[in-house]
Design a protein around this ligand. Structure first.
Ligand SMILES: *Cc1c(COP(=O)(O)O)cnc(C)c1O
Length: 432
């Protein structure tokens, strides 16, 4: 018999945390505002499982919002990190591990000729935009509604993820002068990109989540990414793929491998650090040569490329480089998709399951979601009840409709069957 679901300890810990941390958390979505109730405090993770402070055990479909593609506390990652730690945490000077990780990144992403490591996805995006503006000597940036590119000032315009959840498309503290050079257009809508290019001649770059994950999982329409490639080339603007989420996720070489598109610049993060804080940007050699110290575009970081973080990345990417891993992950996620798609009509709930590789979202919407406006039309109350119905059954999904689920390689067939059964039962419960 599974133990009854309890949240007493989480409630107690959240009370204490709120006295000392803003909102009791260090990143807004963790506060569970959109699903209600108390945030779950976790004690540990191993393989496919998360265990909370009340002793509840969950199969994890969040994976720390993407990084943990190998599951929790992977043995090979743990071992290399341990060995590295013993030799010191950080030197603020070159170490060979940085080169090793850079070689792995380039192996995965042929569009990347040179790499610069930073410490988060946000930082990688801020840096790459500075470079894009410097290289083109143009100012304006195109992004898409519902895409999240970190919390940099100029990108908090119609941003997804936590910003979407909290209904804060723009944040106070960001002067409109800072966002006046950002155009946010509907995802999957090439015509609006075309008309932006005909209206403005100072567009430096188009930045896109090549598979959108921060408004829930929304795949690019056939021809959308190629269209962006063609329009940017034609207008002497740069194409930036923000693959912080999709890199090493939808394929070893990210969405650019999956869809066969070569961007000028790419940002990476999440899986790249194997659970440690690592981001990176890279791309065409002539562009990267403009970054300091080779060029004048300034960007630096005290802990950038530190050996411990590099070790976690290396031990993670080495296991993924064998592409068999992705075939298995695709089969596993497809198994759940097929089951859920079959179950939905039987439960009487209006929902669609969208998936690309090991990223997915169950939208409480009557039809396929193609952009942010449609995502926002979903029934978030239903998602909230569904979230708790899943938690009580021992499956942890993102505490927001606007976040992707992530399948890890640690999930075996028995776990997938349990996930599927939990989805079916939770949908029935949600229907009532
Ligand atoms: C998570 C994410 C970011 C921000 O990365 P952080 O490490 O949270 O700063 C940027 N872009 C995309 C596409 C992301 O998914």
């Amino acid at each position: 018999m599974p133990k009854p679901f309890k949240t007493d300890q989480s409630q107690k810990q959240f009370q204490i945390a709120q006295e000392h941390l803003v909102g009791g958390v260090n990143s807004p979505v963790r506060a569970f505002k959109s699903v209600g109730g108390t945030p779950i405090f976790f004690a540990r993770g191993k393989g496919p499982y998360l265990i909370d402070v009340d002793g509840n055990r969950y199969l994890d479909l969040v994976g720390s919002w993407g990084p943990l593609i190998l599951g929790h506390a992977d043995t090979a990652v743990l071992n290399l990190v341990r060995r590295t730690l013993r030799k010191g945490f950080t030197f603020g000077a070159p170490s060979t591990l940085e080169t090793q990780l850079a070689i792995l990144v380039k192996k995965a992403f042929p569009s990347i000729e040179k790499v610069r490591f930073v410490s988060s996805g946000t930082e990688s995006v801020l840096s790459v935009l500075r470079l894009a503006r410097a290289a083109t000597r143009k100012k304006r940036i195109i992004k898409f509604d519902g895409c999240y590119h970190g919390h940099g000032d100029s990108l908090l315009v119609a941003a997804g993820s936590g910003a979407a959840t909290l209904g804060l498309p723009d944040s106070p503290g960001v002067p409109e002068e800072f966002t006046s050079l950002t155009l946010s257009l509907p995802y999957n809508d090439l015509a609006s990109v075309e008309s932006a290019f005909s209206k403005y001649n100072d567009i430096a770059a188009v930045i896109v989540e090549p598979v959108a994950g921060n408004m829930g999982l929304v795949p690019p329409k056939q021809g959308f990414l190629q269209g962006l490639r063609d329009l940017t080339s034609k207008n002497q603007a740069l194409l930036i793929f923000d693959e912080v989420m999709t890199g090493f996720r939808v394929a070893f070489g990210g969405a650019q491998e999956l869809y066969g598109i070569k961007p000028d610049l790419t940002t990476l993060g999440k899986i790249l650090g194997g659970g440690m804080p690592v981001g990176a940007y890279g791309g065409r050699g002539d562009l990267m040569a403009q970054v300091a110290p080779e060029g004048p575009v300034y960007q630096a970081g005290t802990l950038s490329g530190n050996p411990v973080a590099m070790a976690a990345g290396i031990a993670t990417l080495k296991q993924l480089a064998d592409r068999v891993f992705y075939r298995q992950l695709e089969e596993n996620a497809a198994f759940v998709e097929e089951g859920v798609t079959r179950a939905i009509p039987k439960t009487g709930v209006s929902a669609v399951f969208q998936r690309v590789g090991s990223m997915a979202t169950l939208f409480f919407c009557p039809r396929a979601v193609k952009n942010y406006a449609q995502a926002k039309d979903c029934n978030r109350k239903k998602y909230a009840s569904f979230f708790w119905a899943m938690a009580r059954r021992g499956v942890y999904i993102p505490p927001s409709q606007f976040e992707a689920w992530f399948f890890s390689g640690a999930l075996a067939k028995e776990h997938l069957k349990k996930i599927l059964k939990s989805i079916e039962d939770s949908l029935k419960e949600t229907a009532g």
